[in-house]
Every structure is written in structure tokens, then in C-alpha cells.
Design a protein around this ligand. Sequence first.
Ligand SMILES: [Zn+2]
Length: 152
Amino acid sequence: MKAKSSLRRVNKKTAMRMAFHSSGLRLTRQRLAIYRELTGRYDHPDVDMLYQAVRKRVPRISLFTVYRTVNAMETAGLIRRVATWKGHARYDGNIRTHAHFLCETCGKIEDMDIGDVSDLCRRVEAETGLTVRRVDLIFHGEETECAAKEIS
Ligand SMILES: [Zn+2]
């Protein structure tokens, strides 16, 4: 059991190294810590949320470094910017095509499984002649918990 979990950790680390290598971004301890933090959580944090979490493990990291790293990782295609809420960009470590729901009341961003969207992409390509490489889908609204709070 112990060996298995450490093996999994090694594989994840190798996967991260490969992701950085193929993106052309040099892998540093600080970058790895930020990337690991983002890929390990599902709340689509902004830069400050990432900074607060990462500095617990890397105390000397600065907010500016996190900001710069997140931008570089986004440009390299390692992570995605999913939405902006109240002026703050929110990020996702999961770069596979999936949709999001943004609660405009509390700012929570959740993953949504909407199935295969390649039909939609092909339809757009057929109708416009454009080349579609990926699609960002975000639903804006209010989650059930927030809607219930307003009523009571
Ligand atoms: Zn997501």
C-alpha cells in the first residue's frame, strides 16, 4: 500500500515534468509547487488563493512570482484561465475540454460534464469555414444554495 502510493506520486511528478518539458517552460521548485497546487484542487482559484496556499509550503514565494508563473503557465498551455469574477482571473489545472458553471452570487466555479462537444465544433466549422481548435463553455447563473439563501 505504501509502495503503491509513493509510486503514484512518482508518476504524477514525472507527468508534471513532461508537461513542463513539452511546453518549453523551465521547471523550478516554485513553478512545480504552483502547478501541483492548481492541478490538485477543483475550485478554480485566482492568483491570490494560489499564493495563500503555496506559501504554506514555499514560505519565501512572492505574490508577484505566483502571478508571473500563472501567466507563463497559461501562455505555455499548461493551465487555463476559465473565467473572470469581480475582476479576478480564475484558473484551472485541468486543460481537457469541459464546461464550467459560475455562480454570480458567490463566485463559485464548478466543473460541468456536458458530454462531447466535438459535434458543436464541427457544426461551427461547417457553417463558417473556420478552424476550431477548442471551445470554452461557461454557464453563468446562480447555484441552488445561493438561490435558497435569498428566499429565506
Ligand atoms: Zn474546470
